[in-house]
Write a new protein. Structure first.
Length: 94
């Protein structure tokens, strides 16, 4: 997660997103798995970064696009933790 020194206009935050934090849960058999818990649902601005990339991954062409999400500052989000963001049906790793 990057903290940008950029201010968006409130009207640009027109996407409703859900922020979730990861936690590791150890099962009764001793195996661990990652689960996500919702932190909050907030308004955000979505901006596509000008660069994307393509790569050959195991004989397949893989394309990716960098998306920058901007929300209001939150003191309860620690950038050293692992989060994911959900917008409509898509999940983005942060």
């Amino acid at each position: 997660m990057r903290i940008l020194n950029h201010t968006s206009i409130i009207g640009e935050r027109d996407r409703r997103i859900t922020i979730q934090i990861a936690s590791t849960v150890r099962g009764t058999t001793g195996t661990s798995s990652i689960t996500y818990t919702t932190v909050d649902t907030v308004w955000a601005a979505m901006k596509h970064a000008p660069q994307g990339k393509e790569s050959d991954d195991e004989m397949q062409v893989v394309a990716s696009q960098i998306v920058v999400w901007e929300i209001r500052y939150r003191s309860d989000i620690d950038i050293t933790e692992k989060y994911q963001l959900i917008y409509k049906t898509r999940t983005y790793d942060i």
